[in-house]
Design a protein. Structure first.
Length: 696
């Protein structure tokens, strides 16, 4: 234990996790040990508060199960049996194996990563340089926000929108597809301030989550019907003339076509599809059309269905119709990513491909792709997988296939990790990576407008190394001599911040000292139009979508799995399942932190009394949730927080910490969204039965 009387040092840092809030941290260090992590009270969006998960970050860094030495597999794949080896032995063997495979076809080597860290250095800088130089397959990183981002881009021109700090001045806030208390805590602070000042808060979500409980109103629509609801709102705005004709005329494109489409969606039609009262839709439209400023906080829950991209498109049309963008406290926020000017080419160096065009593997379909043989259409069979910043055996859909693919004896797998996750159990080598407290990084955000620096607070524990160093070391053993592989983390971080008016005068050296700095973007960026679209207008009608052979207007596309599109399947599996994140986890991160897992309890499934009774399910009983793809055991909670015909199964538990060794992704499928080729986690039909009965 550190000496309690030793002098303390405060280090400025940033939360690395996949969350809109990207909090500014202050790490207290004593005798080289991090003794606390707290939110920076001076950072406007963090304002000294952290979520329960990150406030316990020292518990994660100093966890007794932390991986601190390289490991080599000594037992069957999936057994988690390893022996400790030295870094030189591990890296030499990995490089030799990769060279052999690359000599046949480097595309047989596949990187697999996502947002285990959002830092621009430790995520995809040196790693991308390594795989570009190698000529490996590229990865389409779509597993979280691809559909919503693509939909938003067609209308607004990118992931742009309101400044989250302005929500406290809004008079009406629609929280659409988001459990903000759980997944966007600091936005919720601004929403609460607005509420205390008299604003009305409305939550639009298929289940009555914690946020819906605290709002004035809950619109509990069926999963995958958000575009229909948006069109019904447009119908009412148009028929009652709650429109800003001047803004529409000056700053939008395609209103006449949108008007014609919207008039096909009266509230009665949408009500029957969405499962909400028509009068509730009319009243919501009246509020939205007559309250100024009105704001929408839309999140990614609504886009994890077949029509998720078009749902985001439809919702993104609403603010321009009423001229909400004129006010800083009006408009919409899904993501602020595109407000940041990032020098991606300098970070990732695509020029190292030298004209090669490797195939692209979608991370959502990794279960199928690992089981494919070589073919002209697919390319070479996947022979090697390098996993970092992700836990695909737990998080990828249809996980029975994912586990089967990872279990292939002829697949060479390397995993960079902090802990022995489900995925690490299948590795040939596990390489210990540093946590956020042990390395340097630079962060943008997608929920606010601040760049943040992460200064290392402590030395790496054990033999852990930053991702950047691991890929540098591999590059050296592969004989890669490009000067970019000799760049330090600080040099790379400095390159990340592009010379662009949006970044103002921000530079990395100043950022490291101050901890955070705000973008030079106007409070109301689209008050006078100027959208980053090809036309400079808010594009209701998209020439780009038409050129791609898709509908130039937002479409209403129902889920792959629902009564309307798959009636025979729905007859066998009549319950729609959504799987939002458990409150104490962030995707599959923190599941192994004892205090957080104890707070969460066990895997739970909410089921409505009207569905539980005919199935003989009692509250608190173990149940089987199943479909054609598999079966998942969990504890039932009979609750009116879900609607009849729908169950809520909380994720994402590690498989090996779940009953029967599987998690909810045993049931999800690998079909892709309409735009962005993202996953359809909330587009899933199931049946539920008491755990002691056989499957139908």
């Amino acid at each position: 234990m550190p000496n309690a009387t030793a002098p303390e040092t405060i280090v400025r840092a940033a939360c690395p996790h996949d969350c809109p809030d990207t909090c500014a941290l202050l790490v207290t260090v004593r005798n080289g040990v991090a003794v606390s992590v707290r939110g920076d009270p001076e950072h406007p969006t963090t304002h000294g508060a952290l979520c329960t998960k990150v406030s316990r970050y020292t518990e994660r860094t100093y966890h007794p199960d932390r991986l601190l030495h390289p490991l080599k597999r000594s037992g069957p794949k999936g057994s988690g049996q390893f022996v400790q080896v030295g870094w030189d032995e591990a890296l030499d063997d990995i490089a030799a194996r990769l060279r052999t495979i690359a000599a046949r076809d480097p595309q047989a080597i596949v990187p697999y990563s996502y947002a285990g860290t959002m830092g621009l250095v430790q995520s995809e800088s040196v790693a991308s340089r390594f795989f570009h130089q190698l000529g490996a397959s590229r990865l389409d990183r779509t597993i979280c926000s691809a559909a919503g981002g693509a939909g938003l881009g067609t209308v607004l021109g990118g992931k742009v929108g309101m400044d989250v700090e302005q929500f406290e001045h809004s008079r009406l806030i629609l929280i659409w597809g988001s459990n903000s208390i759980t997944s966007n805590l600091h936005f919720w602070t601004y929403a609460q301030r607005a509420k205390r000042a008299g604003a009305k808060l409305v939550c639009i979500d298929p289940w009555r989550n914690d946020t819906a409980e605290k709002c004035h109103e809950h619109v509990q629509l069926r999963p995958g019907t958000d575009a229909a609801l948006a069109y019904a709102l447009m119908h009412e705005l148009i028929t009652h003339d709650w429109l800003d004709h001047d803004y529409i005329g000056r700053h939008t494109l395609g209103f006449d076509a949108l008007r014609e489409r919207a008039l096909q969606w009266p509230p009665q039609r949408a009500a029957s599809l969405c499962g909400v009262p028509a009068e509730q839709i009319r009243a919501l439209a009246r509020d939205y059309g007559t309250t100024k400023p009105a704001a929408i906080r839309v999140n990614y829950g609504l886009q994890r269905v077949r029509g998720g991209g078009n749902a985001a498109r439809a919702i993104a049309c609403l603010p321009a119709l009423v001229g909400a963008w004129r006010d800083a406290a009006g408009g919409l926020l899904m993501s602020a990513s595109s407000h940041f000017a990032v020098n991606g080419k300098a970070l990732e160096r695509p020029d190292l491909l030298a004209g090669r065009m490797p195939r692209t593997i979608n991370m959502v379909t990794i279960g199928d792709d690992l089981l494919r043989d070589s073919s002209a259409a697919f390319g070479p069979k996947i022979e090697a997988l390098i996993v970092y910043n992700s836990n695909p055996v737990a998080v990828a859909p249809e996980s029975a296939k994912v586990a089967q693919g990872f279990a292939r004896e002829d697949l060479f797998t390397v995993v960079l990790e902090h802990f022995q996750t489900d995925t690490a159990d299948y590795a040939d080598y596990v390489l210990p990576a540093t946590t956020q407290l042990e390395h340097l990084d630079v962060h943008k955000a997608y929920g606010h407008r601040y760049w943040l620096a992460n200064n290392p607070a402590i030395a790496p524990l054990g033999e852990a190394r930053p991702n950047s160093r691991i890929f540098r070391d591999l590059a050296a053993r592969m004989g890669f001599t490009a000067p970019c592989f000799a760049e330090t983390d600080a040099q790379i971080a400095a390159q990340a911040i592009a010379a662009d008016a949006r970044n103002g005068k921000i530079d990395f050296d100043t950022l490291r000292e101050k901890g955070w700095m705000k973008l030079a973007v106007p409070d109301a960026p689209f008050a006078a139009g100027g959208f980053p679209t090809a036309s400079g207008r808010c594009e209701f009608w998209s020439a780009g979508e038409q050129a791609a052979g898709r509908d130039p207007l937002p479409e209403v596309l129902l889920p792959y799995e629902c009564a309307e599109t798959a009636p025979e399947l729905a007859a066998r599996f009549p319950l729609a399942m959504i799987s939002p994140p458990a409150r104490n986890f962030l995707n599959s991160s923190f599941v192994n932190v004892t205090s957080l897992r104890q707070a969460e309890g066990e895997p739970l499934l909410l089921i409505h009394a009207d569905d539980a009774a005919p199935r003989g399910i009692v509250d608190g009983a173990m149940v089987r949730c199943f479909n054609e793809r598999g079966s998942y055991r969990c504890r039932s909670r009979i609750s009116d927080r879900t609607r009849a015909g729908q169950v809520v199964a909380f994720g994402i538990w590690w498989r090996k910490l779940s009953p029967a060794g599987v998690n909810v992704n045993q049931l999800t499928h690998q079909h892709l969204t309409d735009l962005g080729a993202g996953p359809c986690f909330y587009d899933c039909l199931v049946e539920v039965a008491p755990a002691d009965t056989d499957a139908a």
